[in-house]
Design a protein around this ligand. Structure first.
Ligand code: NAP
Length: 241
């Protein structure tokens, strides 16, 4: 059995695929989660061709049935989970708040907030069997209330993406509550801000490479036992909520 077993959601492309690659390169067995079997198996085959230890697992974070099935499958295959990276996310509302529709707002929360919550809850019994459990919620600088409210919060994208920004703020609250509840169990829960990274999400306008964007989530996924919990971090260190 591998020393460390990690699950990454939304691992078939972008930052999630690169997080998987970097974790697997450290010898961690990575369960690459994807909602689409074909896209997921293709990503797994690509990394396996580089001799990296990865497995495919089907998981649509918006579906109770899919998430429960994935948790049962992880339990059957490995009996525990050491690292959960809630990476799956969407950004639909590239418009000012006044043009956002309730449907787009709701859909964004379904994936970015309820999805991460659902997966965390389902995987928790397996994470509790780990000696060094780690949960990383892939958040965003756009989820920072402090930076959104500041006249110049250093955000590249401003005055749009209300649904996305507030979903990441809610995800940060999920981080804090689970971190506090799980503190005595040794499971560390942190939010990662990858920075503005060139992926399909932003039509590759991001200024960072996926290698750079994955670095903070990977660091938080592999924190030592004396590492922090209940924080939000970028590659520059601790960030404001
Ligand atoms: P991406 O290339 O669009 O990848 C998003 C991933 O999430 C895809 O694998 C996608 O799968 C998956 N996904 C979406 N809905 C899902 C669902 N219901 N169930 C399971 N998987 C689902 O975007 P990315 O930039 O790599 O984003 C990864 C994470 O980083 C997101 O949480 C995003 O908010 C965050 N982030 C990104 C940036 C940036 O600048 N790129 C900055 C800060 C934070 P499909 O291929 O099936 O759609």
């Amino acid at each position: 059995m591998a020393d460390t077993i990690a699950l990454v959601t939304g691992a078939n492309k972008g930052i999630g695929r690169e997080i998987s690659r970097q974790l697997a390169a450290k010898g961690i067995l990575v369960l690459m989660g994807a909602r689409d079997r074909e896209r997921g198996e293709k990503a797994v085959a690509d990394l396996r061709a580089q001799r990296l230890p990865v497995e495919f697992i089907q998981i649509d974070v918006t579906s109770d049935a899919s998430v429960d099935q994935a948790a049962a499958e992880v339990g059957r295959r490995h009996d525990r989970l050491d690292v959960l990276v809630n990476n799956a996310g969407i950004a639909l509302d590239w418009c000012p708040a006044s043009e956002l529709t309730p449907e787009a707002f709701q859909k964004t929360f379904e994936t970015n907030v309820f999805g991460a919550f659902r997966v965390t809850k389902a995987m928790l019994p397996l994470l509790k069997r780990s000696k060094h459990g780690r949960i990383v919620n892939v958040s965003s600088g756009l989820g920072s209330l402090t930076r959104n409210a500041a006249p110049d919060g250093g955000l590249t994208i401003r005055n749009q993406l209300l649904a996305y920004c507030s979903s990441k703020a809610a995800l940060n609250m999920i981080t804090i509550h689970f971190a506090k509840e799980l503190q005595s169990s040794g499971i560390k829960v942190n939010s990662a801000n990858p920075g503005y990274t060139a992926t399909d999400m932003n039509q590759h306008r991001g200024t960072k490479t996926v290698e750079q964007g994955a670095a903070t989530p990977v660091r938080l996924a592999t924190l030592p036992d004396d590492g922090p919990t209940a924080g939000v971090f970028s590659d520059e260190g601790a960030e404001p909520w």
